[in-house]
Design a protein around this ligand. Structure first.
Ligand code: ITT
Length: 196
């Protein structure tokens, strides 16, 4: 059995593969397509962008597709970078530049005002049916500097008070139990049978 995830983000692919492997399902991603399909993420919400990715890729390949639109909402920045998380420091800039930009914007902001959350919206395209979405979140605090080597994206600056660690210091299995993506996948699993 296999399942297509409409992403080219290797960090996401690893986390989806860990989840679905344990159920005997092999994950395929945009990396496995012979020709690339470009989806323009011009929606105003995580839901709109996730649905757009799932539907455009799903219609192109004619099978069930899951898409993930995710990001970091920082309360002191009025929810930014939000849906712009992947390109916050500009297109072509890397995770490091995105983290640096946030740390600079939060300079002088005390710990009690550095609350943030990761959001993950999963959209499920099933041929001939209405596209479904679920949303998972994970609450944390933006640290003062990047710490930790695991995970991807903003994980090194996302501090989890109850673990006294950043998301990038968690073991892979730990992140995959508590993350926004894990919480969205739980909802996906609960609803799956009723959607098919
Ligand atoms: P696809 O659209 O191909 O899936 P993308 O990286 O462009 O890949 P998004 O538009 O959803 O994906 O951007 C999400 C960004 O939010 C991502 O690039 C990371 O910087 C950040 N992000 C998402 N999930 C994360 C996680 O689990 N840990 C850290 N950062 C995360």
């Amino acid at each position: 059995d296999q399942l297509f995830i409409a992403t080219s983000n290797s960090g996401k692919v690893r986390e989806f593969a860990a989840f679905f492997d344990s159920k005997g399902i092999k994950v395929k991603s945009l990396h496995d397509l012979e020709s690339s399909i470009d989806v323009v993420e011009d929606g105003d919400t995580f839901e709109e962008n996730a649905m757009k990715k799932a539907e455009e890729i799903g219609q192109a390949i004619g099978q069930v597709v899951i898409a993930d639109d995710s990001g970091l909402e920082v309360d002191a920045l009025n929810g930014r970078p939000g849906i712009y998380s992947a390109r916050y420091a500009g297109t072509g800039k890397d995770d490091q530049a995105n983290m640096t930009k946030i740390l600079e914007e939060l300079e002088g902001v005390p710990d009690c005002k550095r609350s943030a959350r990761f959001v993950c919206v999963l959209a499920v395209y099933i041929p001939g049916k209405e596209t479904k979405t679920v949303r998972g979140t994970c609450e944390g605090v933006i640290g003062k500097e990047p710490v930790g080597m695991n995970g991807f994206g903003y994980d090194p600056i996302f501090y989890l008070p109850e673990w006294n660690k950043t998301m990038a210091q968690l073991e892979r299995e730990e992140k995959n139990k508590i993350s926004h993506r894990a919480n969205a996948l739980k909802l996906l699993e609960e609803n799956w049978d009723s959607w098919l």
